[in-house]
Design a protein around this ligand. Structure first.
Ligand code: SF4
Ligand code: SF4
Length: 244
């Protein structure tokens, strides 16, 4: 397709739409290297996110997949210690850093009119490192993310990704929610142990944490051993009769 064969990686990334919105509204122009496709993709991501939350992170983002594949090797090497190296008392504060990155990127891009994040973006570096247009700091950051992915599941998603920070906020208002039925639950905590984002699923009835990537690993279809305990649910309430 001529449209795709001529498009740069930036034009195929919905985050280009996020950082360009300010410039488009105020000046009616795009940030350099961004064009209409980023806004079309952003609109699709927003509609998907309003319906299903952060499904882009769990099912579409190729950089999330790469981290997951490396994490599978990490699980083999570190077994139960994998994804538990950072104590939660520090980890919960580190998770706010991606909002700092989001605000910084949007502000600087709006001010300078250039794609400032591309200079450190490991996602961009991974998929274009052979082109010679990748900044050295982006390559170094990519190597750091790859190394971290051996000990932490999805480190870039958890601590750095500005698009994940933006998309994750829709988990708070999504229409199709992930819900846990406490009256069916047998407290085995398998949902907690499979969650790549270390969310305490077992203590929640509605999993609306902005860190959730909607991978559905915790669901009764995949990991929870009790049928219909963790499900996609649109009704406000959830059945509360005891199964056991
Ligand atoms: S995996 Fe299912 S049954 Fe086990 S603690 Fe989680 S919700 Fe309860
Ligand atoms: S395992 Fe469940 S709570 Fe954890 S990220 Fe995936 S969908 Fe969200």
């Amino acid at each position: 397709m001529p449209f795709f064969s001529n498009a740069s990686l930036h034009s195929l990334c919905p985050f280009g739409g996020v950082v360009s919105v300010y410039k488009l509204i105020t000046e009616g122009t795009f940030v350099q290297k961004i064009h209409e496709s980023s806004f079309v993709l952003l609109a699709i991501v927003i509609v998907l996110s309003i319906l299903f939350g952060s499904v882009f992170c769990g099912f579409v983002c190729p950089f999330g997949s790469v981290q997951e594949w490396i994490g599978k090797l990490g699980k083999i090497i570190f077994k139960k210690r994998f994804n538990k190296f950072i104590p939660s008392k520090y980890d919960k504060y580190f998770r706010y850093f991606r909002y700092v990155v989001l605000l910084w990127v949007v502000y600087i891009t709006a001010k300078t009119g250039t794609l400032v994040f591309a200079n450190i973006d490991p996602y961009h570096a991974l998929f274009t490192f052979w082109t010679g247009e990748v900044a050295i700091q982006a390559l170094i950051f990519l190597i750091v993310v790859i190394i971290l992915s051996f000990i932490i599941e999805r480190p870039f998603c958890k601590y750095f990704c500005p698009l994940g920070a933006f998309v994750g906020l829709f988990n708070l208002i999504r229409i199709f929610k992930i819900k846990r039925n406490p009256s069916y639950c047998i407290s085995c905590k398998k949902c907690n142990s499979v969650c790549p984002m270390n969310i305490d699923v077992h203590s929640k009835e509605v999993i609306n944490d902005p860190q959730c990537v909607t991978c559905l690993q915790c669901s009764s279809e995949i990991s929870c051993p009790v049928e219909n305990t963790i499900v996609f649910e649109t009704r406000r309430g959830i059945k509360n009769e005891n199964k056991y």
